[in-house]
Design a protein around this ligand. Structure first.
Ligand SMILES: [Zn+2]
Length: 420
């Protein structure tokens, strides 16, 4: 079997297609079988079925280098869902072998100028990774519109053989964006991140973006008057480009949020949304990249607007604050910079009711109850209203027992000595 080394930034699917063509195979599946046989002494049975492993061996690169140089995995890792930060070491592995060939766009993309240069320099042309990324509609090197071919087998042919069948990605009357357009910042950020080994959890990604959004006073809440991230995107990006990247974005009302874009600030951003956020929130790509690469989550204050999901309301911080404020919902809300109504609802859901109206008798009855005394007996003992105590129990969790015990020694101003 004849093997060749991949070109710089050559896309894995195009590389396999090229190996297939050089060896006169009928399909890339056949190429895979030949590769598995060729490298059989170096492979475990499991690995002989992994396209990424075989392609890396053919390319004479380590698995990591190959993923880094020839797949879209690094771009997809810009914001990686599902993994907590402690899993960061394993995360790239989780998506590498299985999904390393996954495409991010339905078609295959090529640049006529790149092809012309390739043919002059190499005698053949090849598929570049950067062109296959969502949001790249013009070649970042030639600033010419990319052409696309919607065919499953496009990558098994060389790009110059498909020029006739290809169609321009942008509309006829669409102007090439100006030098300071976010389109070029997007391309430049995407290209840098595509060759970066950094893995970013979605938590870290949104914390960084959120921090920047706060500085720019971009609105994060549902209500309010200042523009949201999607408003800023609509205002600053060429509309047709943005609509291709995020369909229906132009139909959104100004001031309303648009999930696909605004979710970048809420731990649910796709790689494209995160890249767009960076290109909209910075005037210069280098600055955006430096911020993305160098700022780390420890230096970012994320306590106020971060983690408001289930984890946040069930966190130790919330619990500690709840105790130290003696169950005062408003004080907890103000401390974390959260809407008071919202805090009240979520704390109740987390089994931590507001204790402001809890009387001394009721808290002592609760304590006895948590220690195993029956509710009726406990209430009678301290002369506490049973229906009120019951109400507390209905929305409380076992954790309330610990709270009442902790603050129960000096409950609510008046000290009270319990009978032994
Ligand atoms: Zn080009």
């Amino acid at each position: 079997m004849q093997l060749v080394i991949p070109f710089a930034d050559e896309h894995v699917n195009g590389y396999l297609g090229r190996l297939c063509a050089i060896n006169f195979h009928t399909s890339t599946n056949q190429t895979m079988k030949f590769l598995a046989a060729h490298f059989s002494s170096e492979l475990s049975e499991k690995d002989s079925e992994s396209v990424a492993v075989l392609a890396a061996l053919a390319a004479k690169q380590s698995m990591k280098e190959f993923l880094q140089n020839h797949t879209l995995v690094p771009f997809r890792q810009i914001s990686f869902f599902g993994a907590k930060s402690k899993d960061s070491d394993n995360a790239p592995d989780m998506i590498s072998k299985r999904n390393s060939l996954r495409k991010l766009r339905p078609s295959a993309y090529l640049c006529l100028n790149c092809i012309e240069e390739d043919l002059a320099k190499l005698g053949i042309s090849y598929w570049r990774r950067i062109h296959q990324l969502p949001g790249i509609d013009w070649c970042p090197d030639h600033r010419a519109p990319l052409h696309s071919i919607c065919s499953v087998s496009a990558f098994s042919k060389l790009p110059h053989h498909l020029i006739e069948l290809s169609k321009p990605t942008v509309c006829k009357n669409e102007l090439t964006p100006g030098n300071d357009s976010p389109v070029w910042r997007y391309a430049s950020i995407a290209r840098t991140l595509l060759s970066s080994i950094e893995y970013t959890s979605s938590r870290m990604a949104s914390a960084k973006l959120l921090n920047r959004a706060k500085i720019l006073e971009i609105r994060l809440s549902v209500r309010g008057r200042s523009p949201t991230l999607s408003d800023h995107s609509v205002m600053s990006c060429p509309s047709k480009w943005l609509e291709r990247l995020f369909p229906r974005v132009l139909q959104k009302e100004i001031g309303k949020s648009f999930f696909s874009i605004d979710s970048a600030l809420r731990r649910k951003g796709t790689p494209s949304a995160c890249t767009l956020a960076l290109s909209v929130m910075f005037d210069c790509a280098d600055q955006a990249i430096a911020y993305w690469m160098n700022s780390d989550i420890k230096s970012i204050d994320v306590t106020k607007h971060q983690n408001r999901g289930f984890d946040f309301w069930h966190s130790k911080e919330i619990f500690k604050k709840y105790i130290s404020t003696k169950g005062n919902h408003h004080a907890v809300a103000d401390f974390f910079g959260v809407n008071r109504l919202n805090a009240n609802l979520n704390l109740r859901r987390a089994g931590l009711p507001a204790l402001g109206n809890l009387t001394q008798a009721q808290s002592l009855a609760l304590l006895d109850f948590f220690e195993g005394v029956s509710l009726v007996e406990a209430c009678e003992k301290f002369n506490a209203e049973i229906n009120v105590v019951e109400e507390f129990l209905r929305i409380s969790s076992v954790r309330l027992g610990a709270v009442v015990k902790f603050i129960g020694d000096k409950p609510f101003q008046v000290s009270y000595k319990r009978k032994s």
